[in-house]
Design a protein around this ligand. Structure first.
Ligand SMILES: C[S@@+](CC[C@H](N)C(=O)[O-])C[C@H]1O[C@@H](n2cnc3c(N)ncnc32)[C@H](O)[C@@H]1O
Length: 210
């Protein structure tokens, strides 16, 4: 029961005590994952960059700093209204200037044109996608040929939550995510162990092949 409740808030936080608590947890626990994902993307100043399931927006903030060119553009998508509003408040100046666009939508159906995104990152998000193939096909559709995607996670923590039933089914397993990437047309798919100060985490890389 508690596992299901926690999973619901982690996967789609609502404006409630539970949603507020998980948003605090994201900020304290996941900043390292967000910032390392951004760093590993090797963002260029004029890139179009997309973050999936941005939560409170710490990764958006890190990525926006690197998009200093006039064509540099940052897009965020999250289907939690609470997280969308929290990130929009954090990024309000850059949204007003047109540098950042946030969409309240599902990863599996994004209001973005084909072949328009250079780089994609996401942290702690794919475990909640009910149909991995549908989501990865949609990401592939919006990415340019050769576009790079990075996702970061602490696999040991994710596996613990997965075993307790916090995440539904088996989609939290990196193997399931990587198989969906391969089926959707991604190449050079690999998972590496990474270290940041005292934190060990995993990064899954993929390149969009068109
Ligand atoms: C566990 S939180 C992670 C937030 C942030 N990336 C972090 O690591 O702290 C997962 C986020 O992904 C969003 N999310 C999950 N599935 C989604 C989907 N299918 N489409 C859009 N957003 C989704 C949730 O609303 C939530 O904000």
């Amino acid at each position: 029961m508690w596992a299901e409740k926690l999973g619901k808030q982690l996967g789609n936080p609502t404006r409630s005590l539970g949603g507020w608590l998980v948003s605090k947890l994201f900020k304290v626990r996941n900043q390292i994952l967000e910032e390392n994902a951004v760093q590993m993307l090797e963002i260029q100043p004029g890139d179009t960059v997309l973050e999936l399931g941005h939560g409170p927006g710490l990764g958006l903030q890190a990525a926006a700093k690197l998009l200093t060119g006039p064509t540099g553009h940052l897009i965020g998508v999250d289907y939690s209204k609470y997280m969308h509003q929290m990130a929009a408040e954090r990024m309000k100046e850059l949204i007003a200037s047109g540098k950042v666009t946030l969409h309240l939508c599902d990863v599996a159906g994004m209001p973005l044109a084909d072949n328009t995104v250079d780089k994609v990152f996401h942290c702690n998000c794919y475990y909640f996608w009910p149909d991995l193939g549908k989501a990865t096909s949609e990401i592939h559709r919006v990415m340019k040929q050769g576009g790079r995607m990075v996702t970061t996670m602490r696999l040991s923590h994710v596996a613990t939550l997965g075993a307790k039933g916090v995440m539904p089914g088996e989609n939290w397993r990196p193997e399931a995510y990587m198989a969906a990437l391969s089926d959707s047309g991604f190449t050079d798919i690999r998972m590496d162990d990474k270290q940041h100060e005292n934190t060990t985490f995993q990064a899954v890389f993929a390149t969009a092949l068109k």
